[in-house]
Design a protein around this ligand. Structure first.
Ligand code: AMP
Length: 232
């Protein structure tokens, strides 16, 4: 493995486990970009062209977008200069094929990684997703009971009306959780085989800033692992 390509922090966990919230907090302490494939796909969807419509249909149905498209998007994004010192991956990889591709890419560029599994039980996930509201303007995320905006329905930062993500509807949430169980959960085993580059963090017991602090100190300590998983 070439050395010197920074370090990637990879947040794994089911929908609603707090990957996005944690990534936004952690980027402040690690000072590296936050790369969310969900956000990138939602942006791409806005173009309204045929690819955008395909992406929208898959997201709205709780299905995963193709590995090929997501791998390409991530590859392009991490080759930008701001990722030289490292980056946070939120929502990627989500399949074994994506994980294999990611391992090869990171090893080639000399980027070590730490995978953090955010553990949250399913009742809590349903509660979180049902109350989640987000700002279409700045992307800020709220929760009706645990993190409400100062004025009901409006974003604290930019005053836009908050909305419910289409894919947070109950029937779609069920599909997303199924996709997680079938296609993403196997990644836990894949990554946990390499000691030193995988850890589990309770994603529900404490307030998000405390959880983020814990993850940041894990990311700062320890050796950059990663290379051995490529041979799996
Ligand atoms: P998220 O915002 O991470 O919950 O992602 C929202 C939706 O985008 C997912 O339910 C998938 O449809 C799609 N998506 C995001 N990341 C990926 C990925 N790595 N692979 C395939 N589909 C993805």
């Amino acid at each position: 493995m070439r050395e010197g390509g920074g370090r990637a922090l990879i947040l794994l966990g089911p929908p609603g486990s707090g990957k996005g919230t944690q990534a936004r907090l952690i980027r402040e302490c690690l000072k590296v970009p936050h790369i969310s494939t969900g956000d990138m796909l939602r942006d791409r969807m806005q173009a309204g062209d045929s690819l955008g419509m395909i992406i929208k249909r898959l997201i709205d149905e709780g299905e995963l977008v193709t590995d090929e498209l997501v791998n390409r998007m991530v590859q392009e994004r991490i080759s930008k200069p701001d990722c030289g010192k490292g980056f946070i991956l939120d929502g990627y990889p989500r399949t074994l094929s994506q994980a294999g591709m990611m391992c090869r890419q990171l090893a080639d560029r000399g980027t070590g990684w730490l995978v953090v599994h955010l553990k949250v039980d399913y009742n809590e996930i349903i509660r979180r997703l049902a109350g989640r509201r987000s700002c279409p303007g700045c992307g800020a995320v709220y929760h009706l009971t645990s993190h409400p905006p100062a004025v009901a329905g409006l974003c604290d930062r930019c005053g836009n009306s908050l909305s419910i993500r289409d894919d947070d509807r109950e029937s779609v949430v069920r599909k997303r959780l199924e996709a997680y169980e079938e296609r993403t959960r196997p990644l836990l085993e894949f990554f946990s085989e390499e000691e030193g580059s995988f850890c589990e963090v309770d994603g529900a017991g404490d307030a998000p800033p405390l959880i983020a602090e814990r993850i940041c100190s894990l990311a700062r300590s320890g050796r950059p692992g990663g290379a051995a998983a490529c041979s799996n």
